[in-house]
Unconditional design. Structure first.
Length: 151
């Protein structure tokens, strides 16, 4: 099991857009851009922290992952005496937890695992906390006897 926390404001992996480009020698290429410019720095941070915790070979089997995203409460949730009774318990607002997870999955590909298609079970949560970030837990599932004999 691999477990670590990445601090920083979680960003979404926005929609991707592809544009044809001409390369040297008149070859055609494709440039892919992300519609969230902040996601690049977030993915880099996640990759760097993951590299410190994921040493050795990339995981290459069925994986179970857990991502708990921590968001800082808006100032409007607080009054003179602290947290307002009307403040919501959970951050049922944008950003979408699935898009947050997609950014982390992308950042961990090639650092923790070979491909995010290896994820067979994923647990996601968004919570309010004092510090923004994401708690990450990665477990590799042992291959069943049938899978081992088929290999």
């Amino acid at each position: 099991m691999i477990r670590f926390t990445v601090f920083g404001t979680p960003q979404t992996a926005g929609s991707k857009r592809a544009f044809p480009i001409r390369r040297a020698g008149q070859k055609l290429g494709v440039r892919v851009t992300d519609d969230n410019p902040k996601s690049r720095d977030w993915k880099t941070t996640v990759s760097q922290v993951a590299a410190e915790h994921c040493r050795g070979d990339l995981l290459d089997g069925a994986l179970v992952v857990e991502f708990v995203f921590w968001l800082v409460r808006p100032k409007g949730h607080f009054g003179k005496r602290g947290l307002l009774p009307s403040a919501p318990e959970f951050p049922a607002v944008k950003p979408d937890v699935l898009k947050l997870a997609r950014a982390v999955e992308d950042a961990l590909t090639g650092v923790a695992w070979r491909d995010d298609a290896l994820i067979v079970d994923e647990h996601l949560a968004k919570r309010y906390g004092e510090r923004a970030g994401v708690d990450i837990v990665i477990r590799q599932i042992a291959a069943s006897a049938a899978e081992r004999s088929a290999a």
